[in-house]
Each structure stands twice: as structure tokens, then as C-alpha cells.
Design a protein around this ligand. Structure first.
Ligand SMILES: [Mg+2]
Length: 301
């Protein structure tokens, strides 16, 4: 960083790799509520969701810029806490907040841009999946959706797995190191799960020009979450990746050894068309990209 935060613009010395750029906004009333999320959590999450997109390209995060839109209902202490959360995430993922802007508006919005770097030509896109490759996910799915369900119904008592789910909603994890390991083990396509497995797998298949067979019973469901939340719930920020069959075991053991994170095979890339889901009974049905509830009604029919 040659010139950091506080001047008209930041000045940075570029690295020798390919530059990776992403941006994402958290808008009050759409992505968070000031009633249930602390400013520290909102700031932290605004950085992490961008870092997750950089990680999904198998890149390392470098710099962040933020643009805050604030309303009259927000005081200085709220903003200081928000910035504290951003700094905490930047420390954790080793990137620098190099600039920002404040504006007044009709709703609170936290817009962040993050840059990353990857060795030339080594970015992993969504479009590299080939027929016969295995579909894998990191850790378990549905925690953020379960957390959202629990914070939306605060009268109910919450057990340990529920508290863990709420914490995954407010403090998501970006799989930066994990993505690097998958890249070293021959991952062919990758994305982070922001909108839910059903819709994100459909996107990956469309980008790669392939289909997929998803084995529903192998999808790892996070403690406290339902199978429906694992399939359709967004904001998990786990990695969805395709690998040649021979690479899965090596990648899974490296991930477990270095990060204590599971890699689970949940299906196979097919010629298509479309994504089909199989159940324990072996029945096969098209998987609608809007997820489980629609799928269940299809089965019932
Ligand atoms: Mg993404």
C-alpha cells in the first residue's frame, strides 16, 4: 500500500499475479436488520462475503474498499462498531482496507469491493466442469438458513446447535485456504454457495455446459438445519467444487488434515440436460433451481 485510507484515492503496488475483483452490498431490510444484527457483525460479514467470492476463484484477498450509505437513525457509535467489524475481518483474512466513502441516504447500505491475486492463468471459474467428474462441498450446509429461522422466531429456546447456526449467519467463514488446497488437487470448477446448493449447482452446470446428478442423501446437513435448508438455504459460503474422481480422496484428506474441514462428494457431473436429484429409493427427479420445497411437491405428485 503506497497511499492508504484518507487521501482522495488509494495507491497500491500491483503484485505479479492476475488481479481478481469483486463487489457486494449488504442492504438493511434486505440482507440484515439492525434489530437482530450488531454493527460489528454487519461490518465483519460485509468483508467476508467479498473475501468468499475471491476465495471461490482460488485467489488470495489483498485490498478492500467500502462505501457506506447511512440514515439519520444511525449514530457515530454504530458506525465505529461497523468499521471495527470490518477491520476484524480484514485482520483475520490478511487484507487491507485502503479506502472508503460515506454518504447519507434513505436506507443503510454497506457496499464493499475486494481485490485478490492469483498466479497468472490459475483462477478457477465455474465453467470447467466435465462429464464424469465428482461434485463436492466443504463442511455442511443449511446453517445460515437455520440461524435466520431462529433469529426470526426469538421466543423459542435455542440449543447449542442452534447457537452455532446463528453464529454462522452473523459470522460466516470464507474458505480461502481450503480453496487453495482444492486448486492444488485438480479442482476443475468452483464457486461459493451464496444462494443455496440447488440454484448455485444449476448455475455452475449452465456455465460449464453440463448436467448433474445430485444424491440428496449425501448432502451434508449442518447441525440444527433441515434437509430443505441444506438444499435451498443461502449464505453458507461453503465451496461447491468439481474434481476428477481420482482426486477426491486426496483433496478430502488434505482439507481435513490442514483445516479440519470435511469435503463431501454429493454427486456427479453428467451430460445433462439439467440437474437431477436422486433419493435413497433411487428415484430420479429434475431438481428445480428454487430448491427443496418445489422438489418435494414434485415427488408427491
Ligand atoms: Mg460467489
Amino acid at each position: 500500500v503506497r497511499v492508504g485510507i484518507g487521501d482522495d484515492a488509494a495507491v497500491l503496488a500491483p503484485g505479479s499475479g492476475d488481479l481478481v475483483l469483486t463487489t457486494d452490498a449488504l442492504v438493511e431490510g434486505v440482507h440484515f436488520s439492525r434489530a437482530t444484527a450488531s454493527p460489528r457483525e454487519v461490518g465483519y460479514k460485509a468483508i467476508v462475503v467479498n473475501v468468499s467470492d475471491v476465495a471461490a476463484m482460488a485467489a488470495s484477498p489483498r485490498w478492500a474498499l467500502c462505501a457506506l450509505t447511512l440514515t439519520d437513525a444511525v449514530d457515530a457509535a454504530w458506525v465505529m462498531e461497523l468499521l471495527g467489524g470490518m477491520r476484524e475481518a480484514c485482520d483475520e483474512y490478511a487484507l487491507w482496507l485502503v479506502g472508503g466513502n460515506l454518504a447519507r441516504g434513505s436506507e443503510v447500505a454497506v457496499t464493499v469491493a475486494v481485490t485478490g491475486e492469483v498466479a497468472p492463468g490459475r483462477a478457477v471459474t465455474r465453467s470447467g466442469a466435465a462429464v464424469g467428474e465428482r461434485i463436492c462441498v466443504t463442511d455442511a450446509l443449511g446453517a445460515a438458513a437455520a440461524g435466520l429461522r431462529l433469529v426470526s422466531a426469538p421466543a423459542r429456546s435455542v440449543d447449542a446447535s442452534g447457537r452455532a447456526a446463528i453464529s454462522r449467519l452473523s459470522r460466516p467463514v470464507a474458505r480461502v485456504g481450503e480453496a487453495g488446497i482444492l486448486a492444488r488437487h485438480g479442482v476443475t470448477a468452483m464457486m461459493d454457495l451464496s444462494d443455496g446448493l440447488a440454484s448455485d449447482l444449476t448455475r455452475l452446470c449452465e456455465a460449464s455446459g453440463v448436467g448433474a446428478r445430485l444424491e440428496l442423501d449425501r448432502v451434508p446437513v449442518a447441525p440444527g438445519a433441515t434437509p430443505s435448508e441444506a438444499l435451498s438455504g443461502g449464505e453458507d459460503y461453503e465451496l461447491l467444487a468439481t474434481l476428477p474422481a481420482a482426486s477426491v480422496e486426496g483433496a478430502a484428506s488434505a482439507l481435513q488434515r490442514e483445516f479440519g474441514v470435511a469435503l463431501t462428494e454429493i454427486g456427479e457431473i453428467t451430460r445433462g440436460p439439467g440437474v437431477v436429484a436422486t433419493t435413497l429409493g433411487g428415484r430420479e427427479r429434475p431438481l428445480p433451481s428454487d430448491g427443496w420445497d418445489h422438489f418435494r411437491s414434485t415427488i408427491a405428485r
